[in-house]
Design a protein around this ligand. Structure first.
Ligand code: FE
Ligand code: CA
Length: 531
C-alpha cells in the first residue's frame, strides 16, 4: 500500500497547508514579516489598488452552513474573474466580516477580520461562535470598498430544547448543462430554516456545445479545473439567492469528483494513485466552495464529511458520505441482474467507522425525527416487472448486507421515526423502509423520501419501464421521473409533511413552482401516506 500512502499526502504542486499551518504562517507573517501586522492591511490595500477596483470580488455570492446552537460558518470567495482562476493577485487579502441582528446591519453583534489565502483560492471560512441559540442573523463581508450581498442565517436551538417546528428543504443534482435553476429561485422564497444538499453540486463533464448552457472547458480533473467549475455554478443568481436565505448542510456525491467513483476506484478503472490525486484536487475545491468547518479541510485525498446536526429535540440529522469509503459497485455499476457479490457482507457504502457512528447516533438519539441524509436510493427497487429482476448496483441494492445491518438495527432498537432523505437518481420517490427488503411481509420500520433533481435528467426512456415495475415493488408508494425541484419538509412533534415542489420547465428561470404531491408521516407510524 506504499503507493497509496504517498498519494494520500497533500495535493502535488499546490501549497496544501492545513488551516492551522496557515494560521501559524499568518502569525509568523505578523510577527516577522517585513510588513508587520499593519503591513498586511497595507499589502491588502496595495493588492486591491492593483485590481480594477470597479470589479466586484463577490461574484460567487456568500453562504453559511453547519450551524450549531452558538455559531455558524460564513463563507465567501474573492473572485473578480471567476471563470479564469478567480483573478486575484497571489497575495493574502484581509476580509472584514460582520454579523448583525438586522438586515441593515445596524445592530452588529460580532465582527472581525479573516484572511483570504491564495492557496485556498481566496476563499474565506469564518467559524462564528458565541451567538445566541435559535436566532436569525444577517452577515456581510467587505474588502476595501467592496461589499458582499447580505446573507441571512440562523443558529440551532439549544441541544435537546423543545422545538415545535422545523422547515427545511433538500436538494441534489444540478447539472448546469441540462437546465436553468428556477427551482432555486422558488426555494429562496420559501420560509426555510435549513437547506440540505445531498450532492452533485457540480458535474465534472466537459463542455457540451449542444447543451442548454455550457460547462467551461474540458472535464474537470485538476484543482484549477474543479475551481473554475465551482465558480461557474456559483455565478448562478438563483443558486446564490438560495444560499443567501438560510444555512445549508452539504454533503457531496459522485460528480463532485467523477461519475460513480467508489473510494479510490474510478469509473473507468484509472490507476488508483492517479485517481486519488484527482480526488484530492476535487475534495479541496469542494472545501474551498462550501461553508464547511476547518475539521472538513481535506488532508490529501481524505476529507471529513459525515456529521450530525441536531435541531433541538425535534430532528436529528445524520449526514452520510457514501463515496469516500465505499467498496466498488458489485458486478459493474449499471443496471444488473442480481449477483452473489451484492450480498457480500464486506460490501460497504459507509465503511465500518461511519456505519458504527450512524448506528450509535440512532441508538443515543432523543429526537422525535431521526433523519439520515444521504446520496443514493436506500430502498430496494426491482426495475423489471417480469419474473427476472434488475437492480441498480450504484445504489444500496449493490450493498444488501450493509443495508440489512441498518434496517435490522432499526427494527431492533426502534429509534424514533427514522426517515431517509436521498438524491442522486434525478427523480421523485417515496418508499416504506422494510425490516428486510428480501421479505415483503416484514414490518415497515421507516420512511424514505427521494427528492427530484434541481436540473439533471432521469432518462425519459426509463420512465415507462419504472412505472411498469411499480406493482413488483409494493413498498414504493410514489414515483415521478419527469419533474425537477426540491422537497420541502415541515416537521412538528406530531407529523412530517413532505411537499414535492416542482417546476413545469427548467428552460425558464422564472418558472413558478407548484406542489406535485404531498405526503405525511405521523409520529410513531413508519411509512408515508398521501396527504
Ligand atoms: Fe446527479
Ligand atoms: Ca450521483
Amino acid at each position: 500500500m506504499r503507493a497509496l500512502s504517498i498519494l494520500l499526502s497533500p495535493v502535488a504542486g499546490g501549497t496544501a497547508l492545513h488551516p492551522i499551518d496557515e494560521e501559524m504562517n499568518r502569525r509568523t507573517f505578523f510577527k516577522t514579516g517585513a510588513l508587520g501586522g499593519f503591513g498586511l492591511i497595507a499589502a491588502q490595500s496595495d493588492a486591491l489598488s492593483s485590481l480594477d477596483v470597479s470589479t466586484n470580488p463577490f461574484t460567487l455570492g456568500v453562504a453559511s452552513g453547519d450551524p450549531t446552537p452558538g455559531g455558524v460558518v460564513l463563507w465567501t470567495r474573492l473572485a473578480p474573474d471567476p471563470l479564469a482562476g478567480g483573478g486575484m493577485p497571489p497575495l493574502p487579502i484581509l476580509v472584514r466580516w460582520r454579523v448583525a441582528e438586522d438586515h441593515e446591519l445596524q445592530h452588529v453583534v460580532q465582527q472581525g477580520m479573516a484572511v483570504a489565502w491564495p492557496s485556498l483560492a481566496h476563499s474565506v471560512h469564518v467559524e462564528v461562535e458565541g451567538l445566541a441559540a435559535d436566532r436569525w442573523y444577517f452577515y456581510q463581508f467587505t474588502v476595501g470598498d467592496a461589499e458582499s450581498p447580505v446573507g441571512r442565517t440562523r443558529t440551532l436551538p439549544p441541544f435537546g430544547a423543545h422545538v415545535d417546528r422545523l422547515r427545511f428543504a433538500f436538494v441534489s443534482c444540478q447539472d448546469w448543462q441540462n437546465g436553468l435553476y428556477p427551482a432555486y429561485r422558488n426555494l429562496a422564497q420559501e420560509d426555510l430554516d435549513l437547506v440540505v444538499h445531498l450532492g452533485d453540486y457540480i458535474y465534472e463533464y466537459a463542455s457540451d456545445p449542444t447543451a442548454v448552457r455550457q460547462h467551461n472547458g474540458a472535464e474537470a480533473r485538476t484543482l484549477q479545473g474543479y475551481r473554475n467549475r465551482y465558480a461557474l455554478y456559483k455565478t448562478d443568481p438563483h443558486l446564490q439567492a438560495a444560499h443567501l436565505a438560510c444555512p445549508w448542510l452539504v454533503v457531496p456525491d459522485d460528480h463532485e469528483v467523477e461519475n460513480n467513483y467508489a473510494n479510490f476506484i474510478s469509473e473507468d478503472n484509472d490507476d488508483p494513485g492517479a485517481f486519488l490525486l484527482r480526488r484530492a484536487a476535487a475534495y479541496r475545491a469542494y472545501y474551498e466552495h462550501m461553508p464547511l468547518r476547518a475539521r472538513s479541510f481535506p488532508v490529501g485525498a481524505s476529507m471529513w464529511l459525515y456529521r450530525g446536526l441536531d435541531f433541538g429535540d425535534l430532528a436529528s440529522f445524520s449526514a452520510l458520505d457514501t463515496r469516500q469509503y465505499r467498496t466498488d459497485q458489485p458486478c459493474g455499476d449499471g443496471p444488473r441482474l442480481p449477483c452473489a457479490a451484492e450480498f457480500d457482507p464486506a460490501q460497504t457504502m459507509t465503511g465500518p467507522e461511519q456505519e458504527a457512528w450512524l448506528l450509535s447516533r440512532l441508538n443515543r438519539s432523543r429526537s422525535r425525527w431521526n433523519v439520515v441524509a444521504q446520496q443514493t436510493m436506500f430502498a430496494s427497487f426491482d426495475f423489471l416487472s417480469g419474473p427476472n429482476a434488475v437492480f441498480l448496483m450504484d445504489q444500496w441494492d449493490g450493498y444488501v448486507a450493509a443495508r440489512q445491518r441498518i434496517t435490522s438495527f432499526i427494527a431492533l432498537r426502534q429509534p424514533s421515526n427514522p426517515v431517509v432523505i436521498t438524491g442522486d437518481i434525478h427523480s421523485s420517490w417515496v418508499h416504506d423502509l422494510k425490516a428486510s427488503f428480501l421479505n415483503p411481509a416484514s414490518p415497515t420500520v421507516g420512511t424514505e423520501f427521494v427528492g427530484p433533481s434541481i436540473s439533471s435528467d432521469f432518462p425519459p426512456v426509463l420512465i415507462p419501464l419504472t412505472e411498469a415495475a411499480l406493482p413488483a415493488n409494493p413498498h414504493t408508494i410514489f414515483f415521478d421521473g419527469l419533474y425537477h425541484g426540491y422537497v420541502r419538509c415541515t416537521l412538528t412533534p406530531e407529523q412530517w409533511i413532505a411537499d414535492y415542489r416542482v417546476v413545469p420547465t427548467i428552460l425558464d428561470a422564472q418558472a413558478e413552482a407548484f406542489t406535485l404531491r404531498s405526503f405525511v408521516v405521523r409520529d410513531g407510524e413508519p411509512g408515508a401516506i398521501l396527504a
